[in-house]
Design a protein around this ligand. Sequence first.
Ligand code: ADP
Ligand code: MG
Length: 835
Amino acid sequence: MLPTFVRSTPDGTETGDFLALDLGGTNFRVLLVRVSGNGKQKVEMENQIYAIPENIMRGSGTELFDHIAECLANFLEKLGIKDKKLPLGFTFSFPCLQTKLDESFLVSWTKGFKASGVEGRDVVGLLRKAIKKRGDFDIDIVAVINDTVGTMMTCGYDDHHCEIGLIVGTGTNACYMEEMRHLELVDGDEGRMCVNMEWGAFGDDGSLDDIRTEFDREIDAGSLNPGKQLFEKMISGMYIGELVRLILVKMAKDGLLFQGHTTPDLLTTGHFQTSFTEHICGLASAEQVLRELGLDPSPEDCVATQRVCQIVSTRAAHLCAATLAAVLRQIRDNKATERLFARRLNKMVRLLVPDCDVRFLRSEDGSGKGAAMVTAVAYRLAKQHAERQRILNTLRLNRDQLLEVKKRMEEEMNRGLAKKTHATATVKMLPTFVRSTPDGTERGDFLALDLGGTNFRVLLVRVRSGKRRSVEMHNKIYTIPQDITQGTGEELFDHIVHCIADFVEYMGMKGASLPLGFTFSFPCHQTQLDQGILIKWTKGFKASGCEGEDVATLLKDAIHRSEDFDLDVVAVVNDTVGTMMTCGYEDPQCEVGLIVGTGTNACYMEEMSNVELVDGDEGRMCVNMEWGAFGDRGELDDLCTEFDRAVDDQSTYPGKQRYEKMISGMYLGEIVRNVLLDFTAKGLLFRGKLSERLKTRGIFETKFLSQIESDRLALRQVRSILQHLGLTSSTCDDSILVKEVCSVVSKRAAQLCGAGLSAVVDKIRLNRGLEKLSITVGVDGTLYKLHPHFATIMRETLKDLAPNCEVTLVQSEDGSGKGAALITAVACRLRDAGK
Ligand code: ADP
Ligand code: MG
């Protein structure tokens, strides 16, 4: 099970001229293979056989490789391509220990080769040295491969499902595409790699002893390598004829055949060739073959000989099928030969693994064409890889860039807080009039409204104080139809009131006039707690006549219009503040709220002396940063990619919420989709086939990023997600790439978010003149909570960019419901105390 470092089979888009050297087969050859992919899919070959004189095979390694270089030079000269520096694949069919695609150490010579000083050396290095020494041409040795791999790759060019290579010739061997995570000899878990099984050695540990016969033992004993390659000795062409011969000799000696006669030919090793078995089995004249061996067979002798041949070759085919079945089973669990032999092999394989649909393709010239194919694939992969990485690098941020984000966020925060610069600041730093976190004495029943998240909800929250201190919630989700979010303000608020009425009735509380907290998760100007003037809609809302208006008044007006019930609107609450308050109910160190869901935003407790928009210098007030708009003056332009610009252009509010568009759930999937579109258009993905599905806005939801990036997911499952998305032409490599795109995009989001948060916590630390600050951040939002790596990456970024802050991130449950009620409760407590 040797790794080959061949990671992909051909996809048919390979093109170019490739050289191949084939050493270790019957002939030594040099080949030029012209591959034209993309539509035409044609392979043309020129090849030249060269002799390797006996004295060179057994001379020094230097002589051997000089000779190979010489032959190559001659070949290039003849074709007039000596000045071209073409890529070359080297089929070197000897046992090797491969360490890279272009590095392979010869373990030991076989097949009559014995050149000194080569065993234990890298054969690519030796060849390169010999070529360099000549100095009259240059080539680029890309790959060194084994003939089984070549066989698989040659077929793979015509049939993309070809994932197994099988050789049954002089020897026997197989290779197949194995999952990287099963290959402990090679680092990395992603994708697959071709494994050279070297299965001829199966049985060398005694595991086949119970089925080996006296004839197998005799063949082994008389071979050049006793005890080795025992499986091969039962199967391959080098031994089948010999097996038949031994059986015939034994039968003759026992008087069961040829009337007890033998001939010198029949008694000579190697005189019954394997090809005879095909002749005889194929009902060609058994008699003729036997007569050529000097025998005088009776008709019964012929029939018996035929039977022996059948049995020996059937056994070989069945053994081969059985091991192949094991390979298929392995492939399924992850996810060419002679005629009669082939038929038996097919039949047996179908019998042994009925649930695998196997096609056998006879590979033509695997060791020559195959080496060129491996080289072509390696070339394509390298070129495509470089191009993909170039594009993905535009989405990768380094530490300096993140520090720059932190610095600019800090500047923008100060600009938002200061009266003079507030108007032009992108990060608005809105005062919320929330001055204190809960102290546990709050109590009562409160209604809460939650608008601006994925769902519109109405909640009833029971807050208990004292020993039974607890919060109990009931809520009902309502939909807001698309046409209402895009209609008039009156329609929107009438709809909201209608939902409240339904809920109050549903809870059996009709008639009660409860205090209400209105979680309204859009940027609002507040001059007091129970008022919020909508600055601008975000997140796809567009109801007319609301911007510039107080949403509490809009709500109260709608309540009056309904003449159905009355409510006491106590607080207009942003969901970030609700999040901070919910978490603050349990943890007094919680002074920051963060949301990473549909959108992203943050709030924190700022010194009143810094909040210039509100009079008074005493104490603190929670500031709703509205940081999603960071970048709207161009502060992030140097980090934005073409994909960010595309997502922005297609959004409801182009040019707005640029930071949010790089971070939050509403946009990450769209960024990924735009990258995938670009990759596909450039032929780097999905074989360059643009599907209608992929062109559809919004199909790549952010939740798919979480699924695809999950460590527990096998690539097969990534593929099925893609298939579910209608991206059916995806291959295993496509899945790897899609996963990489997802993780680059989500990593950038988490890092940007962490950089912004590092500015916040460092500001709090400096506000308080502390060397070290210990602080808790309450976080809400499905992206943050369900993405497998977002939280970790954000935490790492924070640690790196704000090393003097010890930040605890705590998931906050339902800040926009519970939090709004708590803010209302605190306000009622303060109000009651005032009275
Ligand atoms: P909101 O922010 O609107 O109050 P959520 O916090 O539930 O609501 O966030 C919803 C957003 O989370 C959606 O935009 C969606 O893209 C994203 N999302 C949903 N499921 C997942 C998931 N499994 N992984 C990552 N993001 C998700
Ligand atoms: Mg929310």
